[in-house]
Design a protein around this ligand. Structure first.
Ligand code: FMN
Length: 210
């Protein structure tokens, strides 16, 4: 359901979704967008930007594929290579941030959370199991991701399924326990910005000046 309102410049009617003036509905919408991002490869929520704190304290960001969302547990999951820098950064300081801008949905979503690296445990094993062969192949690349090389193609990809299987030792399922969500909805009739401290119940939700 959405409310019909007038576009200021043109006087043309357009749809203003119901969630924009409702804190609970805004939070539900944010989680629904994230959940959709797992399945819909064309959704901007499929490839969020994840920020970590560099080992020297500088912020570092990169795109990842959102692999799972557990709305009840307030958890997100992506996969990575244990040998990569972001894994070392998370081991050093598990605080992470996530960003998505959905131009069509007119929504910026920012989240903060605590990341946990699942390596060699049941969660890692089931995440590996559900990964496609093509995705698994990355984890058997030699040498390790981020290694300086003398020529652009000076690295080896696994050549067969047995070689790909050996990459499992480098595989990590990263679970993020989300602690904060902030949304910014862009609208001609008035932007809407909200912040949610998760786990605090209704008291944890707050409108902010956009
Ligand atoms: C569309 C896209 C999806 C990506 N997905 C992942 C991913 O799911 N996991 C991952 O570790 N890196 C992924 N990458 C690569 C990262 O952005 C990054 O370059 C790489 O992981 C090295 O980051 P690091 O040095 O911070 O560890 C992806 C890159 C792009 C462009």
């Amino acid at each position: 359901m959405s409310e019909k309102t007038m576009r200021r410049e043109t006087g043309q009617p357009y749809h203003r979704p119901d969630f924009v003036d409702d804190l609970d509905a805004t939070l539900r919408h944010a989680w629904a967008c994230l959940a959709r991002g797992v399945k819909d490869r064309r959704s901007p929520f499929h490839t969020p930007t994840i920020a970590t704190l560099g080992l020297d304290g500088r912020p570092r960001m990169r795109t990842v594929v959102l692999r799972a969302v557990d709305v009840e547990a307030r958890q997100l999951r992506f996969h990575t290579d244990q040998r990569g820098l972001k894994s070392a950064e998370i081991r050093n300081d598990p605080r992470v941030a996530l960003h998505v801008y959905d131009q069509r949905g007119k929504l910026q979503l920012r989240a903060e959370g605590i990341a946990h690296l699942h390596e060699g445990d049941d969660q890692a094993a089931s995440a590996w199991e559900e990964s496609r062969l093509m995705s698994r192949a990355c984890y058997a690349t030699q040498p390790a991701p981020g290694t300086p090389v003398a020529a652009p193609g000076a690295f080896q990809l696994p050549q067969d399924e047995a070689a790909i299987a050996q990459g499992e030792v480098n595989f990590s399922a990263v679970a993020i326990s989300v602690t904060e969500i902030e949304t910014l909805y862009l609208d001609h009739a008035g932007h809407r910005r909200a912040r949610f401290h998760l786990g605090d119940g209704a008291a944890g939700a707050q409108w902010l000046v956009p």
